[in-house]
Design a protein around this ligand. Structure first.
Ligand code: KG4
Ligand code: ZN
Length: 337
């Protein structure tokens, strides 16, 4: 079965073709970073308009890159939610229209299920059950995954998502958008002993996270340090990153021990963070766990994960023209296959 996947939930237009026999045939991505950078964050209306401009040219490109005809596709998968309503509508309406024109079924995919299944595109792929650590700009959660569609949330953020904390702290430090890569870059020149950020929720039992305190701490530090030197920026970035990463590592270890599961799958944009990868690797080797990631380019939003998740759910695809997007949508509402 061959599926075209379209991702438009936020500021990346991603399109890919996944074949259940041959694997990923091609994927293309257009990042809107330049459009939103001048505003310091994603402007929803501009995001939706850019998706409309880019989806069809990217579909043409991915078909050409894969060297296949549209007539060989068996279905279209698109991100139905969660995400920005206008951005989701842009991708969903194009996906439904293409499916109608090609007379094939279409299915709406949960964005976070896409992230969570992205490591399945790698060799070796993780086996069920596993613990998923989903860390993106909109979500921070730990879930127990017993099979595709069977997700039980063990803990999540009570306020900001961890990627959002990276983005806000970067803004406070004048590092620009997106904040995650900017903070990691700045932190490389930082002195890890100069500042110590709090470790929110670590002293409490349970698996929930809280990240808004880190951003407030950064704000207070930066106010004290004015005028900020390059070294101050690097040192605050370094201390923020260490605190954000440590809480993720400790809670992941707690979730694995509590469930007696030995595989951890890390997904979402923050999964690209190299300190997080190093610290998780150290924890896993000390405890006898295995950690799985998507390729770095499939940690952030992309079409490949939507094509893959859509291929798993093709039996739910329809030829209906009516569609609905779900800007807010809990993973736990999904049904097993
Ligand atoms: O998964 P994603 O592309 O979009 C959402 O679904 O939110 O994640 C984007 C988030 C942003 O907050 C970005 O700052 C963060 O992932 N991010 C990183 C890194 N690369 C992206 N955070 C920390 N370190 C990174 N290297
Ligand atoms: Zn995402």
């Amino acid at each position: 079965m061959r599926v075209l996947g379209i991702e438009t939930s936020c500021d990346d237009t991603g399109v890919a073709i996944y074949d259940t026999t041959a694997g990923l045939l091609a994927h293309v991505l257009f990042s809107q970073i330049k459009t939103h950078q001048q505003y310091g964050g994603v402007v929803p209306e501009l995001a939706a308009r850019d998706h409309i401009r880019k989806v069809i040219p990217l579909v043409d490109k991915v078909l050409a890159d894969a060297g296949v005809e549209a007539a060989s596709l068996d279905g279209v998968a698109y991100t139905k939610g969660p995400g920005l309503a206008g951005a989701l509508l842009a991708g969903s309406s194009v996906a439904r229209s293409l499916a109608f024109a090609w007379d094939i079924p279409a299915v709406g995919v949960h964005h976070m299920e896409g992230h969570m299944l992205a490591p399945m595109l790698e060799e070796p792929a993780p086996k069920f059950p596993f613990i998923a650590l989903l860390v993106s700009g909109g979500h921070s959660l730990l879930a127990e995954v017993t099979e595709v569609g069977e997700y039980s949330i063990l803990g999540q953020t009570l306020d900001d998502a961890v990627g959002e904390a990276f983005d806000k702290t970067a803004k406070i430090l004048g590092l620009g958008y997106p904040g995650g890569p900017a903070i990691s870059r700045a932190a490389m020149a930082g002195d890890s002993t100069r500042f110590k950020f709090p470790r929110p929720m670590l002293d409490r039992p349970g698996l929930d996270f809280s990240y808004s305190g880190l951003k407030t701490f950064a704000l207070t530090k930066v106010a004290e340090l004015q005028p900020l030197s390059e070294q101050d920026i690097a040192d605050v970035a370094c201390a923020f990153q260490a605190a954000a990463v440590e809480t993720l590592v400790v809670k992941s270890k707690r979730a694995l021990k509590q469930t007696s599961i030995s595989s951890l799958v890390v997904a979402g944009g923050v999964g690209a963070n190299l300190l997080l990868r190093d610290e998780l690797a150290a924890m896993a080797s000390a405890e006898g766990f295995e950690v799985f990631y998507p390729k770095i380019e499939f940690c952030t939003d992309n079409g490949a994960m939507i094509a893959y998740a859509g291929a798993q759910r093709m039996h739910q695809a329809t030829k209906e023209l009516a569609f609905q997007v779900k800007p807010r949508w809990s993973l736990e509402e999904l049904q097993p296959l």
